[in-house]
Design a protein around this ligand. Sequence first.
Ligand code: TXA
Ligand code: MG
Length: 539
Amino acid sequence: MMKTLHLTNTQSDIETASAILREGGLVAMPTETVYGLAANALDGEAVRRIFEAKGRPMDNPLIVHVADFSDIKRLRLVSEIPEKAVKLAKAFWPGPLTIIMPKGNVIPDEVSAGLSTVAIRIPSHPDAQKLLKTSGLALAAPSANTSGKPSPTTAQHVIDDMEGRIEAVIDGGSCSVGVESTVITLATDMPRILRPGLITREEIEAVIGAIEVDHAVLHQLENNEKASSPGMKYKHYAPRTRVVLLRGSDERYITYMNRLYARDPHIAALCYDEDKPQLDMPCITIGGMEDEKAQAQALFDALRAVDDLDDVNTVYAHCPKATGVGMALYNRLIRAAAFEVIDLPEKRIIGLTGQTGAGKSEAARLLGACGLPVISADEAARRAVEDSEVKAMLCAAFGDVLLPDGNLNRQLVAKIAFSTPENTETLNHITHPKISEIMLAQAKECESDTVIFDASQLFEAHQDVFCHRIIGVLADPAIRRERIMQRDGLNREEAELRMSAQLSEEFFLTHCDDILYNNGSADAFQNAVRDYKERLVRG
Ligand code: TXA
Ligand code: MG
């Protein structure tokens, strides 16, 4: 381990840092975007050490930073300055934009990772400017984090990752932009954004006309797809804690989160300021919903803070819109989430559940008769076990449970699955996600804005999280027992056994938004359901 100097931005400290750089050392410097880990860009040996300190794959090229546009020519960093580069430079430099151009011969292979191009940026941060001018060097500088982790936006973030691995860090306070520069390549026929940042597509198009956004900015690369920017193929910005993106309306995000938290206390939210008062679980906020610049500034610090939460397994992020500066946020977050995204339904889903014998099915029938589409979990369950993947998983868990014609032997599966609680759980674990998928797809197809999920196992199957409201149909135990005995031809003991396997009345009372009691006559219940439907439609 070497000793890492903690420097300030005084002129004498900047001179110390410059001397380190001239001798081939590494210095972390503040920029307006994120902290960069700088080395002399024209010294291949020094640059190689950046990759070692970060644990960065050698095929991921670096950005070369200079103080002034004239340095690009003077140091022969590029073989040609495209006309559009001049326009972009006038509009956005110094600032958070990186331009990829054909490289000059002086650029070592370590910087360009063997490509024929080089990425150039002129940072606006006064300390970066001072360091570039005082050292007189072009500085290769990737973000100063351990490869794969969130980029550093404070000197402390750098120290957390790099202490003992680099010669010095200059503390210049918090970075004002907070996400890395917009990277645009001018080496393609049509200029193309390879990484979105504070400078948006629209702002760039206003200066040089139409550009495109690389597919990998918003989508996961297929295994055989080649990355235009090598950095896009690596895991990025990821806390140790699992991050999942929830994409949907603000309202659905809140209901999803609170319902999930009621079941799983080991979750937290990565969300906007406005969400926090509505959420029950621990929250890390990144700023006001409309203030994308504040969100960008706070994002990486928030992603680092995720790992400091006690007893949290998964953080669910409120997904930003992928336009304007939001594109930069979305691009970082979806990578932090390793592309794990849950699409929240657009429909108003009303969950209908309740205890066996209480009258849930009757309520579903009545609501259906009032014109609301009813999506049946039982029906979806029948379809789920026709799915070839589900069948394969059931065979893997329970042995050969197929009939000669390839269909599932339902009786056999039921016999095995209900023989032990573990087997029941295994069955549910395999089928529930597919059942939910089928129901959500059906909901999407409906014309109506409101749909009913008729599901006795709504909570067990975790479909509650998608529901706008949840109705629980309840009745007194003695009444339910009678109904079950009559309906299913069971004796008293059998009926009670079935009832005892269910969630308690207390559970429904605390987890449902609305309760419909069915202790009286059929007519009374019919009226109660109709009333409820009227209130539902009125909102
Ligand atoms: O804001 C920033 O750009 C920060 C500060 C320190 O300036 N730097 C930064 O560097 O984010 P880094 O190395 O973490 O990201 C550079 C990105 C990588 O995704 C890399 O693959 C891409 O730019 N890149 C660099 N040179 C390239 C080239 N010649 N062709 C395509 N992509 C390139
Ligand atoms: Mg980086």
